[in-house]
Write a protein that binds this ligand. Structure first.
Ligand SMILES: [Zn+2]
Length: 294
C-alpha cells in the first residue's frame, strides 16, 4: 500500500486523497504543538484530554502534520483541491510525483480549487521558477480570501512571526493565476456536485467544499479543524486561526453539518488519509477515522 495515496469512490465520482508530504511542527521554528494547536486551552484540562489521545503534554515535542490534497474525477472534470506546500520543508512538495504515480499529469487537471491562501494549500501552484504548475486549469477561490492575500490587508494584519513566510507564498503563488481564477462570493456550485461552503475564521475567506454524487456526500473541511481534539474541544483555537471567535463558530457549524448529514469528512491535517466521520458525543463530537486498509 502506498501511504501517500488513498482511492475511494463517492457515488460516480472517483476520488483520491493524495499526500503532498508532511511537515514537522516543532521548536525552534514553530511553537510547541500544544501551544500552536490549542492556544487558549487550560493546562490541566489539556493534559487530561491529550492523555485520552495517548499524548503527553510535557513530552509532546513535535506535531508531524500530513498535507492531504484531494483529486476528484467527476467524469467531466479532473479536479484538484489544494496544491500542497512546495518548498516549505524537506518532506513537502511531493504532490506531483504522487499524482504521476496515479498517471495524472499536471496538464490534465482542468480545475484547481484553493480552500485558502496558506502556504501548505497554495504552495504547489508554481514551480521553483515561479511557472504555473497546473497551467491548463481554471482556479477557484473565495473572493474575500483572494482580496485579503493580494492586498495590503495581509501585510497589515498578520502576526509578525508568521507574516514573512505567509506573504512570500501568497506573492509567489497567487498573482500567476490571476487571469484564470474564478472568485466565489456565495455558496454556489463551482462544478456540478462540488459546492463552495463559506467557512471563515482560520483565514478571512476560508472555504470548505460539499462534494456530492448519487446521494453520497463528502465534506472537505480543509483547516476548519486542524486536529481531532478540536472535535471534542471546538472552543480551543489554534495560534494560526486568524479570527478565533469566527473560527470557533465556523467549526461548530461545519461539525454540526458533518454529523447531521453523516457525511464522509476529509480534514487536510489529520492522520493520512484524513478521512472519517464526525460523531456527536456529549455537547461536542469525536472523530471516527475510516479503516484505511486498502
Ligand atoms: Zn493547512
Amino acid at each position: 500500500m502506498n501511504s501517500d495515496i488513498y482511492r475511494f469512490n463517492l457515488g460516480v465520482f472517483e476520488c483520491i486523497a493524495v499526500s503532498d508530504g508532511r511537515l514537522t511542527y516543532a521548536p525552534p521554528r514553530f511553537p510547541p504543538p500544544a501551544t500552536r494547536l490549542f492556544a487558549n486551552a487550560p493546562t490541566e484540562l489539556l493534559e487530561q484530554v491529550l492523555r485520552e489521545h495517548n499524548l503527553q503534554l510535557e513530552r509532546w515535542a513535535e506535531w508531524v502534520s500530513p498535507y492531504i490534497c484531494l483529486v476528484i474525477r467527476t467524469g467531466d472534470h479532473l479536479v484538484l483541491v489544494d496544491t500542497g506546500a512546495n518548498g516549505l520543508g524537506p518532506d513537502t512538495g511531493r504532490l506531483l510525483q504522487n499524482l504521476r504515480a496515479e498517471a495524472i499529469e499536471p496538464e490534465g487537471i482542468d480545475t484547481v480549487i484553493l480552500t485558502h491562501g496558506h502556504p501548505d494549500h497554495i504552495g504547489g501552484n508554481t514551480d521553483s521558477e515561479g511557472k504555473l504548475t497546473f497551467g491548463n486549469a481554471q482556479y477557484a477561490m473565495w473572493k474575500r480570501e483572494w482580496d485579503f492575500w493580494t492586498s495590503e490587508e495581509a501585510e497589515q494584519q498578520l502576526e509578525e512571526h508568521v507574516r514573512e513566510v505567509l506573504l512570500e507564498y501568497a506573492r509567489k503563488n497567487l498573482p500567476p493565476i490571476q487571469g484564470q481564477v474564478r472568485l466565489v462570493e456565495q455558496e454556489t456550485e463551482i462544478l456540478p456536485g462540488i459546492r463552495a461552503i463559506a467557512t471563515p475564521g482560520h483565514t478571512p475567506g476560508h472555504m470548505a467544499l460539499a462534494v456530492s454524487s448519487e446521494g453520497e456526500e463528502l465534506l472537505c473541511v480543509s483547516d476548519a479543524v486542524l486536529h481531532p481534539v478540536h472535535l471534542e474541544r471546538p472552543g480551543w483555537h489554534a495560534a494560526v486561526d486568524f479570527d478565533p471567535g469566527q473560527a470557533e463558530a465556523t467549526r461548530r457549524r461545519v461539525l454540526t453539518k458533518a454529523a447531521t448529514d453523516k457525511a464522509l469528512v476529509l480534514a487536510f491535517h489529520f492522520p493520512f488519509p484524513g478521512l472519517g466521520y464526525v460523531v456527536p458525543e456529549g455537547e461536542a463530537w469525536r472523530w471516527r477515522p475510516i479503516e484505511a486498509a486498502s
